[in-house]
Design a protein. Structure first.
Length: 261
């Protein structure tokens, strides 16, 4: 029988004084995973509650409300300050745990990859539907994946998101810095029917990343958290296997990278 998780809300103050909220699910593990949701998502949505409960089987889980989302203060800065927030929170977790993993969805993946490339705060990093570049208007959105996503998008209970004014973006695109994450183990997971950030972004990140790395193409998978709403198990199995291997002292990732299809 699995142990139940102790769940508590925590506050983290950023370097510029903004208070961010997170939920920690703890079972007394020596490992932790910091989860960074995508834009317009928050830590209490059903998809992230499901994810946190499942990942808690192998590690304590801290799910963050980024700036302007959920119960966190401030306004979303479109990736200008969020990577530094993620790096600082991960550094705090490193003082409490033996190993710390990172997991970012969509825009949250962008924050996580930039944090990892600049500061290396993680012992393993997984990106789900992360963009290779910020500007993703590079395809036709009217796809089968969009039609399949609509029931979850329209039925989801949303919370007000506070968006800051878009400023000139000075961060490098993830594809230019993803190689700097090595030797931290990296998983790039992408749904093959992602209508917002097409699968070619995942392939491009994988091509530019250095070892050790894995590419997991989720057959029929939708965009980011929508995969957890539509059919969670393929993505959950992929994440659990990766973090068991990379945080739990399992076999090396070297030589286990899937070739590009």
């Amino acid at each position: 029988m699995s142990r139940s998780s102790e769940e508590r809300v925590e506050t983290f103050r950023t370097l510029d004084g903004v208070e961010l909220r997170s939920t920690r699910r703890s079972r007394g593990h020596r490992r932790a995973i910091l989860v960074v949701p995508g834009i317009f998502m928050h830590r209490e949505c059903p998809e992230h509650r499901l994810l946190g409960d499942r990942l808690a089987e192998i590690a304590d889980v801290v799910t963050l409300d980024v700036r302007g989302h959920g119960d966190s203060g401030g306004a979303f800065t479109w990736g200008s300050r969020e990577p530094e927030d993620v790096a600082a929170l991960a550094a705090r977790l490193r003082s409490e745990y033996e190993r710390v993993g990172g997991l970012g969805f969509s825009f949250g993946g962008l924050h996580a990859v930039l944090a990892a490339a600049a500061h290396r705060p993680f012992d393993a990093l997984a990106l789900v539907a992360a963009p290779a570049r910020l500007f993703i208007l590079d395809h036709n959105f009217a796809t089968r994946g969009l039609l399949r996503s609509l029931p979850w998008m329209l039925g989801r209970r949303r919370r007000l998101t506070r968006l800051g004014l878009a400023r000139p973006w000075r961060q490098p695109p993830p594809v230019r810095v993803v190689d700097r994450i090595s030797p931290t183990p990296l998983l790039i997971a992408h749904g093959t029917e992602d209508w917002l950030i097409p699968v070619k972004h995942g392939r491009h990140l994988y091509e530019r990343a250095a070892e050790p790395k894995r590419l997991a193409l989720i057959a029929g998978g939708l965009h980011a958290e929508n995969m957890l709403a539509a059919d969670a198990e393929p993505l959950l199995r992929t994440l659990l296997e990766f973090f068991r291997d990379s945080l739990g002292g399992g076999e090396s990732l070297s030589g286990r990278t899937q070739p590009l299809p």
